[in-house]
Design a protein around this ligand. Structure first.
Ligand SMILES: *[C@@H]1O[C@H](CO)[C@@H](O)[C@H](O)[C@H]1NC(C)=O
Ligand SMILES: *[C@@H]1O[C@H](CO)[C@@H](O)[C@H](O)[C@H]1NC(C)=O
Ligand SMILES: *[C@@H]1O[C@H](CO)[C@@H](O)[C@H](O)[C@H]1NC(C)=O
Length: 520
């Protein structure tokens, strides 16, 4: 009996691995969950670390996964409230109430609050030896981490286990610089500059300055993490040194969307892995309502983060939507605007992929987050974007540059502007054609992005960390990397030649010629 059990373990257990997931909330969880489900479907055992402050999303159980809960002294959703607060102060609030300095202060205090909460949470985990010992006892093969919330890499390092990041973007493009991926600033624009890959002298200069100040700022901010590393891991290492040990960087973007740029062999683009063919809409009322829409439908979602907005903003939007011949499905959970038209249906949750893939869908109105944009690209739907934060402006730039959409400024948005833009993008079929071209390019791949994500995770496990893909650039000092020492060596040799060669030659010639002259 024991032998049979052992045999069956060998037969089924060889490829199954134990994976620890360190997730983040909001949209980050939506796509981490998809990778987790795929890993589980391939017989891997997945354990997910879950803070007591995490809310709705992460509480939706994946029954086949196990959960490792840890306690933090914040109320549930506290970290989400600070995001809601900054959005309402900066973008979605009453325009009369927000001054420039008020907005700047709100942004800075938001970043400081988020950073200190994340550090505090990490310290609580790293200082809990009961928790760490029980993790270590499980013998995980890999940690899959979201680097926007720190600690996954520290837990992996503590356990001596390789780790893989699933990331869209980090401040100062740390995901590229810490993986030693070249960042040629002459044609690779920084996120937040809203530059394309074709920059003039002024833009290239600003791109470089942006890189410099973001790098200095972010490295200074994250150096606060060093004390945790010194205390719990190694007194000689910095936090960023640990981050740079990542075996694999799975980056949620794609060349259908991103500008061409160099990548390292352990940096993979997996953007759009959450996209799939739309299933039929299950909600029959919704389906009937869509089928009755003679002029098609518009899907409107500001993402999982934005559930409401100031009523004045909602009125502007609702009034514009009410004038459209199409029917609109708006993901919205705030106070109902009075101007809401009969053609507009608000829902607190929408089956977004099913709606995007529906034959009647004409347009997506979005905040420009990558989850929604990739669904639009996948299904070939043009986009009207009202970006709010971080990478959303640059995301919309990539869509508009390819002719698949238009970007509007939510802070100054008027009803007429929204109505006219939406009407124009639907009426002018070139927007849809461009979106469909992006879709064809995005789908034309040897492996789907999800297969690719899971392949590289399993590859890292099989090769015990994929360290053979790690460029030796990690071991160089900056002046070695830039070849400044080689240039110095060449300069020194040239100088010595210049300085001493003529006298040496003179000496050699005169000493070798002199005897001859004497004999003659
Ligand atoms: C440490 O973790 C264990 C197991 O998760 C938990 O029971 C305990 O309360 C934690 N200790 C502290 C001080 O948070
Ligand atoms: C983790 O467990 C291994 C044995 O499985 C042990 O060698 C190692 O010292 C442990 N590490 C920590 C940090 O407890
Ligand atoms: C840190 O570096 C010093 C000197 O290089 C060395 O003696 C010490 O063992 C190192 N400590 C750790 C924890 O590696």
């Amino acid at each position: 009996m024991k032998l049979v059990l052992l045999l069956s373990f060998v037969a089924f257990g060889v490829d199954a691995s134990k994976i620890l997931v360190w997730p983040a909330e909001w949209s980050h969880w939506i796509n981490m969950k998809i990778i987790i489900k795929e890993l589980i479907s391939r017989d891997h055992e997945v354990a997910i670390m879950r803070s007591s402050a995490y809310t709705d999303f992460i509480k939706i159980d994946i029954p086949e996964a196990s959960y490792i809960d840890f306690y933090v002294p914040y109320e549930e959703g506290h970290h989400l409230q600070s995001m809601d607060k900054v959005l309402s102060q900066v973008k979605l609030g009453d325009p009369a109430e927000s001054s420039f300095f008020g907005k700047a202060y709100a942004m800075v205090s938001f970043v400081a609050e988020q950073l200190s909460m994340r550090m505090n949470q990490c310290e609580l985990v790293m200082s809990n030896s009961t928790l760490l010992n029980s993790l270590n006892a499980t013998d995980f093969d890999l940690v899959l981490a979201d680097p926007t919330v720190m600690c996954g890499e520290l837990i992996a390092t503590k356990m001596g286990v390789p780790f893989v990041y699933n990331v869209r973007t980090l401040p100062a493009e740390l995901h590229f610089s810490l993986s030693q991926t070249p960042m040629p600033l002459s044609y690779v624009p920084m996120i937040n500059t809203e530059f394309s890959d074709k920059m003039n002298l002024f833009e290239r200069t600003l791109n470089m300055i942006t890189y410099a100040y973001q790098t200095i700022g972010v490295r200074a901010g994250l150096s606060m993490m060093d004390s945790i590393v010194h205390k719990y891991i190694d007194s000689n290492r910095s936090f960023l040194d640990i981050v740079s040990q990542s075996s694999m960087w799975l980056i949620r973007t794609d060349f259908a969307f991103e500008y061409p740029r160099p990548l390292m062999p352990n940096v993979k683009f997996i953007g759009g892995f959450h996209c799939q063919e739309a299933e039929p809409i299950k909600d029959e009322n919704l389906l009937d309502w869509i089928n009755e829409a003679k002029d098609g439908i518009i899907v409107f979602s500001m993402g999982s983060m934005v559930r409401s907005m100031h009523k004045s903003k909602a009125e502007v939007i609702a009034a514009a939507l009410a004038r459209l011949p199409q029917r609109v499905i708006w993901r919205y959970d705030g106070e109902m605007p009075d101007s809401l038209g009969a053609n507009t249906k608000t829902m607190d949750w929408i089956p977004q992929n099913e709606l995007m893939g529906h034959a009647k869908t004409k347009l997506f109105i979005s905040h420009g987050g990558t989850n929604g944009l990739y669904q639009a690209i996948y299904h070939g739907i043009p986009v009207v974007g009202v970006p709010l934060l971080v990478d959303q402006f640059d995301n919309m730039l990539r869509v508009t540059e390819r002719g698949a959409g238009v970007t509007l400024d939510i802070t100054t948005l008027t009803s007429d502007e929204l109505y006219e833009t939406v009407s124009r993008v639907i009426a002018d079929y070139t927007f849809t054609e461009s979106a469909q071209r992006m879709s064809r390019i995005h789908r034309d791949k040897a492996m789907t992005p999800l297969e690719s994500a899971v392949f590289w995770i399993e590859y890292t496990i099989r090769t015990k960390g994929a360290y053979h893909l790690r460029p030796a650039a990690h071991n160089l000092y900056w002046y070695q990397y830039l070849m400044l020492d080689s240039l110095a060596l060449i300069a020194a040799v040239l100088y010595l030649l210049y300085r001493y060669l003529p006298t040496t030659l003179k000496f050699i010639f005169s000493s070798s010629l002199r005897p001859k002259m004497k004999t003659e």
